[in-house]
Design a protein around this ligand. Structure first.
Ligand SMILES: [Zn+2]
Length: 378
């Protein structure tokens, strides 16, 4: 896939490097057999979009690809589904093409300009290589599960932006979202977005809905607000050649969106991350202080200052009743938990531990050695 200027609009929390995922360079010459398997099923059960059978849908797709300057690596299908208004993009890490499926209900509900938003959104999932993110169902523990869901929600924000660029104007994108959310068509809805967004304020006032932390998608309330904010960013305005310079940069807008989503989904993930971070920091610090096999007065004071008296007292009694080997094992076991943190937090944790290593007493080499051990675990 050729990278083009759309990459600048990726939402900052939709960042695969935080999970140490390298974006794949697609080799256009390689067609895996898996491509054919997907295709075979779809060809049997759905109808492929072609100029001859669905000319208007076909044209909408061509329009979007042209507008976004993305090469056509896609097969589009329409499938009979009169209940769900959805679209999906199927791809896997070893594929260099994708199948995008639109339901009949979705097509019935939207006009072609609104459909362009959906087409752009689905193409963006492939363009941003969201199939490289681990599935929440593959998570081994609660924190990884919630982290993966967080990435999944962030991915939607990026794709909405590309859908919006494809649809050409904000109204088309927002109307598509509102129709998809309610399942209602044109004649029932008066598109008054600001009054709909009052619902977001209400939801925030009642402290959000913590069930939403288990959702792969942010609420449409958040998504619509995110899109409206994006349309006011300097980067977007510059991209469309507007005279208006915008009040906020995309980075500032991304922060606003993040805090708005956080208010709605609650802070369970933030708290879990913080817990692991502070536990690893405390035990890591202990490891560094004990590098010279001695937890001296000065180190105890530093420990108390950073982690509190209660923690100092329990560590002191632990040292009294345990042998050094079991303490080291415990430190290693706890530092191992840091492996579930995202990269940003790991880097921060390492920085803090480095700081502590510079104030621990003992031989420099011994402390360096412990620090190296701890780094390996993180
Ligand atoms: Zn999506």
């Amino acid at each position: 896939m050729l990278k083009n200027s759309l990459i600048q609009f990726r939402y900052f929390k939709d960042d695969p490097s935080q999970l140490n995922i390298d974006l794949a360079e697609y080799d256009q010459s390689k067609i895996s057999s898996k491509n054919y398997e997907n295709l075979r099923d779809l060809l049997a059960l759905s109808v492929k979009v072609s100029k001859e059978i669905f000319p208007e849908i076909f044209q909408s797709i061509e329009f979007v690809l042209d507008k976004l300057k993305i090469r056509n690596n896609f097969n589009f299908f329409v499938t009979a589904n009169h209940i769900e208004t959805n679209a999906s993009c199927i791809s896997s890490p070893d594929l260099n093409s994708a199948e995008i499926i639109l339901t009949s209900k979705l097509i019935e509900l939207l006009n072609y300009d609104e459909l362009k938003y959906v087409i752009g959104h689905e193409i963006a999932h492939f363009y941003f290589q969201h199939h490289l993110y681990p599935l929440p169902s593959s998570a081994k523990n609660r924190i990884s599960y919630l982290n993966y869901l967080n990435f999944s929600r962030a991915a939607e924000i990026s794709c909405d932006r590309i859908g919006f660029l494809a649809a050409g104007n904000l109204d088309n994108a927002l109307k598509a979202m509102l129709k998809i959310l309610t399942g209602l068509g044109e004649k029932h809805i008066k598109f008054n977005f600001s009054s709909y967004l009052d619902q977001l304020r209400e939801l925030k006032e009642i402290k959000g809905n913590s069930n939403l932390i288990n959702s792969t998608h942010p609420t449409l309330l958040n998504r619509m607000q995110a899109l409206i904010l994006f349309s006011m960013s300097s980067e977007y305005l510059n991209f469309i050649g507007s005279q208006n310079k915008g009040v906020y940069t995309l980075a500032e807008i991304d922060e606003k969106i993040d805090s708005s989503i956080q208010k709605i989904v609650g802070d369970e993930l933030v708290e879990l991350n913080k817990d692991i971070f502070s536990r690893c920091l405390m035990w890591g610090a202990l490891g560094l202080f004990l590098a010279d096999k001695n937890f001296n007065k000065k180190e105890q004071e530093l420990f108390e200052k950073n982690f509190g008296k209660k923690n100092l007292d329990s560590i002191k009694s632990l040292i009294k009743i345990s042998n050094p080997k079991s303490i080291t094992d415990k430190i290693h076991q706890i530092l191992n938990e840091a492996s579930v943190l995202i990269k940003e937090d790991k880097i921060q944790l390492l920085k803090e531990l480095e700081k502590i290593s510079s104030i621990a007493s003992g031989e420099k080499e011994e402390i360096e050695e412990v620090l190296k051990e701890l780094k390996k675990l993180i």
